[in-house]
Design a protein around this ligand. Structure first.
Ligand SMILES: Nc1nc2c(ncn2[C@@H]2O[C@H](COP(=O)(O)OP(=O)(O)OP(=O)(O)O)[C@@H](O)[C@H]2O)c(=O)[nH]1
Ligand SMILES: [Mg+2]
Length: 461
Protein backbone atom coordinates (compact mmCIF):
# COMPACT_ATOMS: atom_id res chain seq x y z
CA UNK A 1 0.00 0.00 0.00
CA UNK A 2 1.38 3.45 -0.87
CA UNK A 3 1.94 6.20 1.70
CA UNK A 4 -0.82 8.36 0.30
CA UNK A 5 -3.32 5.51 0.48
CA UNK A 6 -2.29 4.75 4.06
CA UNK A 7 -2.69 8.40 4.94
CA UNK A 8 -6.13 8.51 3.34
CA UNK A 9 -7.18 5.43 5.34
CA UNK A 10 -6.01 7.10 8.53
CA UNK A 11 -7.75 10.40 7.76
CA UNK A 12 -10.91 8.62 6.72
CA UNK A 13 -10.91 6.56 9.93
CA UNK A 14 -10.40 9.65 12.10
CA UNK A 15 -13.11 11.59 10.29
CA UNK A 16 -15.53 8.69 10.56
CA UNK A 17 -15.07 8.77 14.35
CA UNK A 18 -15.56 12.54 14.52
CA UNK A 19 -18.55 12.52 12.26
CA UNK A 20 -20.28 9.70 14.12
CA UNK A 21 -20.04 11.73 17.32
CA UNK A 22 -21.47 14.82 15.75
CA UNK A 23 -24.52 13.77 13.81
CA UNK A 24 -26.23 10.74 12.49
CA UNK A 25 -25.31 11.21 8.86
CA UNK A 26 -28.08 8.95 7.64
CA UNK A 27 -30.54 11.64 8.81
CA UNK A 28 -28.45 14.34 7.30
CA UNK A 29 -28.50 15.54 3.71
CA UNK A 30 -24.99 16.46 2.60
CA UNK A 31 -25.07 18.84 -0.33
CA UNK A 32 -21.94 19.84 -2.22
CA UNK A 33 -22.00 22.66 -4.76
CA UNK A 34 -19.35 22.33 -7.44
CA UNK A 35 -18.24 24.29 -10.45
CA UNK A 36 -15.12 26.06 -11.65
CA UNK A 37 -13.90 29.36 -10.15
CA UNK A 38 -16.41 32.12 -10.83
CA UNK A 39 -19.11 29.56 -11.69
CA UNK A 40 -21.56 30.97 -9.13
CA UNK A 41 -21.25 28.53 -6.17
CA UNK A 42 -21.06 31.11 -3.37
CA UNK A 43 -23.90 33.22 -4.76
CA UNK A 44 -26.00 30.09 -5.26
CA UNK A 45 -25.56 29.02 -1.63
CA UNK A 46 -26.03 32.55 -0.27
CA UNK A 47 -29.33 32.98 -2.07
CA UNK A 48 -30.53 29.46 -1.24
CA UNK A 49 -29.88 29.96 2.49
CA UNK A 50 -31.72 33.31 2.41
CA UNK A 51 -34.73 31.61 0.83
CA UNK A 52 -34.73 28.82 3.41
CA UNK A 53 -34.29 31.21 6.34
CA UNK A 54 -36.96 33.64 5.09
CA UNK A 55 -39.24 31.06 3.54
CA UNK A 56 -42.49 32.49 2.15
CA UNK A 57 -41.01 35.88 1.24
CA UNK A 58 -39.26 35.23 -2.06
CA UNK A 59 -41.42 33.17 -4.45
CA UNK A 60 -39.59 29.96 -3.44
CA UNK A 61 -42.06 27.06 -3.74
CA UNK A 62 -41.54 23.48 -2.65
CA UNK A 63 -45.03 22.20 -3.43
CA UNK A 64 -48.61 23.10 -2.65
CA UNK A 65 -48.91 24.30 0.94
CA UNK A 66 -45.37 23.24 1.88
CA UNK A 67 -43.94 25.53 4.53
CA UNK A 68 -40.50 25.81 6.13
CA UNK A 69 -40.25 27.05 9.71
CA UNK A 70 -37.78 27.13 12.61
CA UNK A 71 -34.76 27.52 10.36
CA UNK A 72 -31.54 27.72 12.32
CA UNK A 73 -27.84 27.38 11.69
CA UNK A 74 -26.18 24.58 13.67
CA UNK A 75 -22.69 24.93 15.13
CA UNK A 76 -19.82 23.27 13.33
CA UNK A 77 -17.42 21.08 15.29
CA UNK A 78 -13.77 22.10 15.57
CA UNK A 79 -11.56 20.74 12.83
CA UNK A 80 -14.19 21.04 10.13
CA UNK A 81 -13.86 23.66 7.41
CA UNK A 82 -14.79 27.17 8.59
CA UNK A 83 -18.41 28.26 8.63
CA UNK A 84 -19.83 29.69 5.37
CA UNK A 85 -20.18 33.45 5.97
CA UNK A 86 -23.77 33.67 4.79
CA UNK A 87 -24.69 37.01 6.44
CA UNK A 88 -21.72 38.90 5.07
CA UNK A 89 -22.25 37.51 1.55
CA UNK A 90 -25.94 38.50 1.74
CA UNK A 91 -24.86 41.98 2.86
CA UNK A 92 -22.52 42.27 -0.12
CA UNK A 93 -25.38 41.46 -2.49
CA UNK A 94 -27.56 44.11 -0.84
CA UNK A 95 -24.78 46.66 -1.37
CA UNK A 96 -24.72 45.84 -5.07
CA UNK A 97 -21.45 43.88 -4.92
CA UNK A 98 -20.85 40.20 -5.61
CA UNK A 99 -19.10 38.24 -2.84
CA UNK A 100 -15.30 38.05 -3.04
CA UNK A 101 -13.96 34.91 -4.69
CA UNK A 102 -13.66 32.01 -2.26
CA UNK A 103 -10.14 31.22 -1.03
CA UNK A 104 -10.84 28.39 1.44
CA UNK A 105 -13.32 25.59 2.05
CA UNK A 106 -16.35 26.29 4.23
CA UNK A 107 -19.40 24.51 5.49
CA UNK A 108 -22.87 25.52 6.62
CA UNK A 109 -25.06 23.18 8.65
CA UNK A 110 -28.70 24.02 9.24
CA UNK A 111 -31.92 22.51 10.44
CA UNK A 112 -35.58 23.39 9.81
CA UNK A 113 -39.09 21.98 9.95
CA UNK A 114 -40.89 21.14 6.74
CA UNK A 115 -44.66 20.93 6.90
CA UNK A 116 -44.60 17.92 4.52
CA UNK A 117 -42.22 16.00 6.81
CA UNK A 118 -44.40 15.34 9.82
CA UNK A 119 -41.92 13.39 11.94
CA UNK A 120 -38.53 14.90 11.30
CA UNK A 121 -36.68 18.13 11.16
CA UNK A 122 -34.56 18.29 8.04
CA UNK A 123 -30.83 18.70 8.66
CA UNK A 124 -28.64 19.76 5.79
CA UNK A 125 -24.95 20.49 5.49
CA UNK A 126 -23.60 22.47 2.53
CA UNK A 127 -19.99 22.60 1.36
CA UNK A 128 -18.43 25.49 -0.57
CA UNK A 129 -14.83 25.60 -1.83
CA UNK A 130 -12.56 27.56 -4.18
CA UNK A 131 -13.39 26.54 -7.76
CA UNK A 132 -9.69 26.41 -8.71
CA UNK A 133 -9.47 23.10 -6.81
CA UNK A 134 -11.75 21.29 -9.27
CA UNK A 135 -8.86 21.32 -11.75
CA UNK A 136 -7.07 18.91 -9.37
CA UNK A 137 -9.83 16.30 -9.69
CA UNK A 138 -7.58 14.00 -11.73
CA UNK A 139 -5.10 13.98 -8.82
CA UNK A 140 -7.83 12.77 -6.50
CA UNK A 141 -8.71 10.09 -9.04
CA UNK A 142 -5.10 8.93 -9.67
CA UNK A 143 -2.86 8.15 -6.75
CA UNK A 144 -0.05 7.35 -9.17
CA UNK A 145 2.08 10.23 -10.51
CA UNK A 146 2.56 8.41 -13.84
CA UNK A 147 -1.18 8.01 -14.42
CA UNK A 148 -1.76 11.66 -13.62
CA UNK A 149 1.07 12.67 -15.99
CA UNK A 150 -0.42 10.67 -18.87
CA UNK A 151 -3.83 12.13 -18.19
CA UNK A 152 -2.68 15.78 -18.12
CA UNK A 153 -0.34 15.43 -21.11
CA UNK A 154 -3.16 13.77 -23.07
CA UNK A 155 -5.37 16.77 -22.35
CA UNK A 156 -2.66 19.31 -23.23
CA UNK A 157 -1.81 17.51 -26.48
CA UNK A 158 -5.38 16.76 -27.45
CA UNK A 159 -6.87 20.23 -27.48
CA UNK A 160 -5.63 22.83 -29.89
CA UNK A 161 -6.09 25.77 -27.49
CA UNK A 162 -4.12 23.97 -24.76
CA UNK A 163 -1.41 22.66 -27.06
CA UNK A 164 -0.69 26.26 -28.07
CA UNK A 165 -0.06 27.22 -24.44
CA UNK A 166 1.84 23.98 -23.77
CA UNK A 167 3.80 23.90 -27.08
CA UNK A 168 7.30 24.65 -25.67
CA UNK A 169 6.73 22.26 -22.76
CA UNK A 170 5.58 19.38 -24.95
CA UNK A 171 8.51 20.04 -27.29
CA UNK A 172 10.94 19.99 -24.36
CA UNK A 173 9.66 16.59 -23.25
CA UNK A 174 10.90 15.24 -26.60
CA UNK A 175 14.54 16.14 -25.68
CA UNK A 176 16.92 13.30 -24.96
CA UNK A 177 17.25 14.24 -21.29
CA UNK A 178 15.61 16.96 -19.21
CA UNK A 179 16.53 18.61 -15.90
CA UNK A 180 14.27 19.25 -12.93
CA UNK A 181 14.74 23.01 -13.32
CA UNK A 182 14.00 23.16 -17.06
CA UNK A 183 10.89 20.99 -16.75
CA UNK A 184 9.49 23.04 -13.87
CA UNK A 185 10.20 26.39 -15.55
CA UNK A 186 8.51 25.39 -18.82
CA UNK A 187 5.53 23.79 -17.07
CA UNK A 188 5.04 26.92 -14.93
CA UNK A 189 5.10 29.00 -18.12
CA UNK A 190 2.46 26.70 -19.59
CA UNK A 191 0.24 27.15 -16.53
CA UNK A 192 0.74 30.93 -16.69
CA UNK A 193 -0.31 30.99 -20.38
CA UNK A 194 -3.39 28.93 -19.55
CA UNK A 195 -4.33 31.45 -16.84
CA UNK A 196 -3.89 34.36 -19.24
CA UNK A 197 -6.08 32.57 -21.80
CA UNK A 198 -8.79 32.10 -19.09
CA UNK A 199 -8.49 28.31 -19.21
CA UNK A 200 -9.62 26.66 -15.98
CA UNK A 201 -7.45 23.49 -16.29
CA UNK A 202 -4.57 24.83 -14.19
CA UNK A 203 -3.23 21.91 -12.16
CA UNK A 204 -1.65 21.88 -9.59
CA UNK A 205 -4.20 24.55 -8.71
CA UNK A 206 -1.88 25.99 -6.01
CA UNK A 207 -0.16 27.70 -8.93
CA UNK A 208 -3.28 29.85 -9.31
CA UNK A 209 -4.48 29.93 -5.69
CA UNK A 210 -1.81 28.85 -3.20
CA UNK A 211 -2.27 26.90 0.03
CA UNK A 212 -2.73 30.18 1.96
CA UNK A 213 -5.50 31.32 -0.40
CA UNK A 214 -3.28 33.88 -2.17
CA UNK A 215 -4.13 34.15 -5.87
CA UNK A 216 -1.59 34.72 -8.66
CA UNK A 217 -1.10 38.44 -9.32
CA UNK A 218 -1.78 39.80 -12.78
CA UNK A 219 1.22 40.11 -15.11
CA UNK A 220 2.86 38.65 -18.20
CA UNK A 221 3.33 34.90 -18.43
CA UNK A 222 7.02 35.03 -17.50
CA UNK A 223 6.31 37.16 -14.47
CA UNK A 224 3.55 34.83 -13.25
CA UNK A 225 5.72 31.78 -13.92
CA UNK A 226 8.59 33.20 -11.89
CA UNK A 227 6.54 34.16 -8.85
CA UNK A 228 4.36 31.03 -8.43
CA UNK A 229 5.09 27.38 -7.68
CA UNK A 230 3.91 24.26 -9.44
CA UNK A 231 3.28 22.63 -6.08
CA UNK A 232 3.04 23.58 -2.43
CA UNK A 233 6.36 25.42 -2.19
CA UNK A 234 9.54 26.09 -4.12
CA UNK A 235 11.14 22.82 -3.00
CA UNK A 236 8.00 20.68 -3.51
CA UNK A 237 7.19 21.21 -7.17
CA UNK A 238 6.24 18.71 -9.85
CA UNK A 239 5.13 18.61 -13.49
CA UNK A 240 3.73 15.87 -15.73
CA UNK A 241 6.40 13.73 -17.42
CA UNK A 242 6.08 11.61 -20.54
CA UNK A 243 6.23 7.79 -20.30
CA UNK A 244 9.65 7.78 -22.02
CA UNK A 245 11.20 10.25 -19.58
CA UNK A 246 9.64 8.37 -16.68
CA UNK A 247 11.32 5.20 -17.92
CA UNK A 248 14.70 6.81 -18.64
CA UNK A 249 15.11 9.26 -15.73
CA UNK A 250 14.16 7.41 -12.51
CA UNK A 251 15.83 10.00 -10.21
CA UNK A 252 13.68 12.78 -11.58
CA UNK A 253 10.56 10.63 -11.32
CA UNK A 254 11.33 9.78 -7.69
CA UNK A 255 11.52 13.45 -6.74
CA UNK A 256 8.42 14.44 -8.71
CA UNK A 257 6.41 11.48 -7.38
CA UNK A 258 7.28 12.41 -3.81
CA UNK A 259 6.15 16.00 -4.35
CA UNK A 260 3.02 14.82 -6.14
CA UNK A 261 2.07 12.57 -3.22
CA UNK A 262 2.66 15.36 -0.70
CA UNK A 263 0.56 17.78 -2.71
CA UNK A 264 -2.20 15.22 -3.15
CA UNK A 265 -2.28 14.50 0.57
CA UNK A 266 -2.21 18.12 1.76
CA UNK A 267 -4.12 20.01 -0.92
CA UNK A 268 -6.30 17.57 -2.84
CA UNK A 269 -7.60 14.79 -0.60
CA UNK A 270 -9.06 17.06 2.13
CA UNK A 271 -11.23 18.83 -0.47
CA UNK A 272 -12.20 15.69 -2.36
CA UNK A 273 -13.07 13.78 0.80
CA UNK A 274 -15.74 16.41 1.37
CA UNK A 275 -16.88 16.31 -2.23
CA UNK A 276 -16.95 12.51 -2.35
CA UNK A 277 -19.11 12.30 0.77
CA UNK A 278 -21.94 14.26 -0.87
CA UNK A 279 -25.41 12.77 -0.76
CA UNK A 280 -26.49 15.31 -3.38
CA UNK A 281 -24.31 17.20 -5.77
CA UNK A 282 -25.08 20.46 -7.54
CA UNK A 283 -22.94 20.93 -10.65
CA UNK A 284 -23.05 24.55 -11.76
CA UNK A 285 -22.26 25.20 -15.42
CA UNK A 286 -21.79 28.81 -16.47
CA UNK A 287 -22.95 28.63 -20.08
CA UNK A 288 -22.64 32.40 -20.84
CA UNK A 289 -18.95 32.32 -19.75
CA UNK A 290 -18.24 29.15 -21.73
CA UNK A 291 -19.66 30.74 -24.85
CA UNK A 292 -17.89 34.04 -24.19
CA UNK A 293 -14.57 32.28 -23.49
CA UNK A 294 -14.26 30.23 -26.70
CA UNK A 295 -14.02 26.53 -27.45
CA UNK A 296 -10.78 26.07 -25.42
CA UNK A 297 -12.46 27.15 -22.23
CA UNK A 298 -15.38 24.85 -22.97
CA UNK A 299 -13.07 21.83 -23.56
CA UNK A 300 -11.22 22.50 -20.30
CA UNK A 301 -14.41 22.85 -18.32
CA UNK A 302 -15.86 19.66 -19.74
CA UNK A 303 -12.66 17.71 -19.03
CA UNK A 304 -12.70 18.94 -15.43
CA UNK A 305 -16.29 17.74 -15.11
CA UNK A 306 -15.36 14.29 -16.43
CA UNK A 307 -12.39 14.11 -14.02
CA UNK A 308 -14.67 15.02 -11.14
CA UNK A 309 -17.12 12.28 -12.04
CA UNK A 310 -14.25 9.81 -12.26
CA UNK A 311 -13.48 10.61 -8.59
CA UNK A 312 -17.13 10.04 -7.68
CA UNK A 313 -17.38 6.61 -9.30
CA UNK A 314 -17.75 4.07 -6.47
CA UNK A 315 -14.97 1.96 -8.02
CA UNK A 316 -12.40 4.78 -8.08
CA UNK A 317 -9.65 4.87 -5.40
CA UNK A 318 -11.57 7.42 -3.36
CA UNK A 319 -14.95 5.80 -3.86
CA UNK A 320 -13.59 2.48 -2.58
CA UNK A 321 -12.05 4.00 0.55
CA UNK A 322 -15.08 6.05 1.44
CA UNK A 323 -17.36 3.08 1.04
CA UNK A 324 -15.13 1.02 3.33
CA UNK A 325 -15.01 3.61 6.12
CA UNK A 326 -18.32 5.36 5.92
CA UNK A 327 -20.74 2.66 4.81
CA UNK A 328 -22.45 2.61 8.23
CA UNK A 329 -22.78 6.33 8.67
CA UNK A 330 -23.08 7.79 5.23
CA UNK A 331 -25.68 7.76 2.49
CA UNK A 332 -24.19 7.24 -0.94
CA UNK A 333 -24.35 9.93 -3.57
CA UNK A 334 -27.93 9.66 -4.70
CA UNK A 335 -28.74 12.80 -6.69
CA UNK A 336 -26.91 15.07 -9.09
CA UNK A 337 -28.46 18.34 -10.25
CA UNK A 338 -26.81 19.76 -13.35
CA UNK A 339 -27.58 23.46 -13.27
CA UNK A 340 -27.17 26.05 -16.02
CA UNK A 341 -26.36 28.98 -13.71
CA UNK A 342 -26.66 32.76 -14.23
CA UNK A 343 -29.72 32.34 -16.43
CA UNK A 344 -30.44 36.06 -16.04
CA UNK A 345 -27.48 36.78 -18.37
CA UNK A 346 -29.36 35.02 -21.17
CA UNK A 347 -32.49 36.32 -22.87
CA UNK A 348 -35.67 34.60 -21.54
CA UNK A 349 -36.52 33.60 -25.14
CA UNK A 350 -33.54 31.19 -25.08
CA UNK A 351 -34.78 29.69 -21.85
CA UNK A 352 -38.34 29.27 -23.11
CA UNK A 353 -37.18 27.69 -26.38
CA UNK A 354 -35.08 25.24 -24.27
CA UNK A 355 -31.77 26.18 -25.87
CA UNK A 356 -30.08 26.80 -22.52
CA UNK A 357 -31.15 23.50 -21.00
CA UNK A 358 -30.33 21.62 -24.19
CA UNK A 359 -26.77 22.99 -24.20
CA UNK A 360 -26.45 21.91 -20.57
CA UNK A 361 -27.71 18.40 -21.34
CA UNK A 362 -25.31 17.98 -24.26
CA UNK A 363 -22.33 19.12 -22.24
CA UNK A 364 -23.01 16.96 -19.19
CA UNK A 365 -24.48 13.81 -20.70
CA UNK A 366 -21.25 11.79 -20.74
CA UNK A 367 -20.53 12.70 -17.11
CA UNK A 368 -24.06 11.70 -16.13
CA UNK A 369 -23.68 8.31 -17.73
CA UNK A 370 -20.56 7.64 -15.63
CA UNK A 371 -22.83 7.36 -12.57
CA UNK A 372 -25.76 5.29 -13.85
CA UNK A 373 -27.03 4.44 -10.35
CA UNK A 374 -27.45 8.08 -9.39
CA UNK A 375 -30.63 10.05 -10.08
CA UNK A 376 -29.88 13.17 -12.08
CA UNK A 377 -31.80 16.02 -13.59
CA UNK A 378 -31.12 19.31 -15.41
CA UNK A 379 -32.14 22.80 -14.36
CA UNK A 380 -31.87 26.38 -15.48
CA UNK A 381 -31.32 28.78 -12.60
CA UNK A 382 -30.24 32.23 -11.58
CA UNK A 383 -29.64 32.44 -7.85
CA UNK A 384 -29.56 36.23 -7.78
CA UNK A 385 -31.62 37.29 -10.77
CA UNK A 386 -30.32 40.75 -11.61
CA UNK A 387 -31.74 41.63 -15.04
CA UNK A 388 -35.14 42.36 -16.60
CA UNK A 389 -36.10 41.41 -20.16
CA UNK A 390 -36.87 44.25 -22.56
CA UNK A 391 -40.26 43.54 -24.14
CA UNK A 392 -40.11 42.12 -27.68
CA UNK A 393 -36.37 42.64 -28.22
CA UNK A 394 -33.24 40.60 -27.62
CA UNK A 395 -32.13 43.04 -24.92
CA UNK A 396 -31.90 43.06 -21.13
CA UNK A 397 -31.94 45.79 -18.50
CA UNK A 398 -29.49 45.54 -15.63
CA UNK A 399 -26.64 47.28 -13.82
CA UNK A 400 -24.10 46.32 -16.45
CA UNK A 401 -20.51 46.24 -15.12
CA UNK A 402 -18.83 47.42 -18.32
CA UNK A 403 -18.37 51.22 -18.48
CA UNK A 404 -20.89 51.90 -15.70
CA UNK A 405 -19.04 53.13 -12.57
CA UNK A 406 -22.25 54.33 -10.88
CA UNK A 407 -24.00 51.00 -11.33
CA UNK A 408 -26.98 52.51 -13.19
CA UNK A 409 -29.65 50.30 -14.76
CA UNK A 410 -28.95 50.25 -18.53
CA UNK A 411 -30.27 48.41 -21.55
CA UNK A 412 -27.88 46.12 -23.42
CA UNK A 413 -28.08 43.50 -26.15
CA UNK A 414 -27.57 39.79 -25.50
CA UNK A 415 -26.31 37.18 -27.97
CA UNK A 416 -28.65 34.41 -29.09
CA UNK A 417 -27.71 30.99 -27.73
CA UNK A 418 -26.74 28.49 -30.43
CA UNK A 419 -29.03 25.48 -30.91
CA UNK A 420 -26.13 23.09 -30.27
CA UNK A 421 -22.51 23.61 -29.19
CA UNK A 422 -20.68 24.85 -32.31
CA UNK A 423 -17.72 22.90 -33.79
CA UNK A 424 -15.48 25.80 -32.89
CA UNK A 425 -15.81 29.38 -31.71
CA UNK A 426 -13.46 32.13 -30.67
CA UNK A 427 -13.28 34.06 -27.39
CA UNK A 428 -15.54 37.09 -27.70
CA UNK A 429 -17.83 35.61 -30.37
CA UNK A 430 -20.68 35.53 -27.85
CA UNK A 431 -20.39 38.78 -25.88
CA UNK A 432 -22.35 38.20 -22.68
CA UNK A 433 -22.12 41.07 -20.22
CA UNK A 434 -21.66 40.78 -16.46
CA UNK A 435 -24.02 42.81 -14.29
CA UNK A 436 -23.91 43.96 -10.66
CA UNK A 437 -26.31 42.14 -8.35
CA UNK A 438 -29.78 43.52 -7.79
CA UNK A 439 -30.85 42.23 -4.36
CA UNK A 440 -33.20 43.84 -1.81
CA UNK A 441 -31.51 45.82 0.97
CA UNK A 442 -34.18 44.46 3.29
CA UNK A 443 -32.83 41.06 4.43
CA UNK A 444 -36.34 39.79 5.05
CA UNK A 445 -36.65 39.65 1.26
CA UNK A 446 -34.32 37.11 -0.37
CA UNK A 447 -32.75 37.82 -3.78
CA UNK A 448 -35.00 37.33 -6.81
CA UNK A 449 -34.34 33.95 -8.37
CA UNK A 450 -35.23 31.70 -11.29
CA UNK A 451 -35.48 27.97 -10.74
CA UNK A 452 -33.58 27.85 -7.41
CA UNK A 453 -36.57 26.22 -5.68
CA UNK A 454 -36.73 23.47 -8.32
CA UNK A 455 -33.06 22.63 -7.79
CA UNK A 456 -33.53 22.55 -4.01
CA UNK A 457 -36.65 20.40 -4.26
CA UNK A 458 -34.66 17.83 -6.20
CA UNK A 459 -31.46 17.78 -4.13
CA UNK A 460 -33.15 17.89 -0.74
CA UNK A 461 -35.03 14.69 -1.61
N1 LIG B 1 -26.04 37.67 -13.42
C1 LIG B 1 -25.67 36.83 -12.47
N2 LIG B 1 -24.35 36.70 -12.18
C2 LIG B 1 -24.00 35.83 -11.22
C3 LIG B 1 -24.94 35.04 -10.49
N3 LIG B 1 -24.26 34.26 -9.63
C4 LIG B 1 -22.97 34.56 -9.80
N4 LIG B 1 -22.80 35.51 -10.75
C5 LIG B 1 -21.51 36.08 -11.28
O1 LIG B 1 -20.51 35.11 -11.13
C6 LIG B 1 -19.44 35.62 -10.32
C7 LIG B 1 -18.88 34.53 -9.47
O2 LIG B 1 -19.83 34.06 -8.55
P1 LIG B 1 -19.39 33.25 -7.25
O3 LIG B 1 -20.62 32.75 -6.60
O4 LIG B 1 -18.45 34.05 -6.45
O5 LIG B 1 -18.60 32.07 -7.95
P2 LIG B 1 -17.85 30.87 -7.23
O6 LIG B 1 -18.20 29.64 -8.00
O7 LIG B 1 -18.13 30.86 -5.79
O8 LIG B 1 -16.34 31.24 -7.52
P3 LIG B 1 -15.02 30.85 -6.64
O9 LIG B 1 -15.28 31.30 -5.25
O10 LIG B 1 -13.92 31.60 -7.32
O11 LIG B 1 -14.86 29.38 -6.78
C8 LIG B 1 -20.06 36.76 -9.52
O12 LIG B 1 -19.07 37.66 -9.13
C9 LIG B 1 -21.04 37.32 -10.53
O13 LIG B 1 -20.37 38.14 -11.45
C10 LIG B 1 -26.34 35.20 -10.82
O14 LIG B 1 -27.24 34.55 -10.26
N5 LIG B 1 -26.63 36.10 -11.81
MG1 LIG C 1 -17.01 31.06 -4.17
Amino acid sequence: MTDSLRQLYRTAGRQAGELKNLVNLKDHTRIVITGIAGGGKTVFLTSLLSHLAEFGQGGFHLGKGVDITDFRELPISAGWPASFAHSSFREELARGRWPEKTTDCSRYVCQFKRSDWKLYKQKISFFDFPGERVADAAMAAFQDFGHWSDHILGHLRGHHACSEAAGPYLEHLRSKTVSLQSVLKLYRETLARLILAFKPMVSPSAFLLDSNGVPASPGGYEEIASTRFSGISSGEQFAPLSARIRAEQPELVREMSRNYRQYRKKMVLPVYENISMAGSLVVLVDIPSLLAGGVGRYNDDRQILLDLFEVLRPKSDMGYLLKKYFSFTLKNLSRVAFVAAKADMVHPMDIENKRMINLLRMMTDRARRMLPEVRSDWFVCSACHSTFAVEGRRRLRGKIVYDNPDGEFKEFSVPELPETWPESWKPGEYPFYRVYPDAPRNYLLPPRHTGLDQVFKFIAG
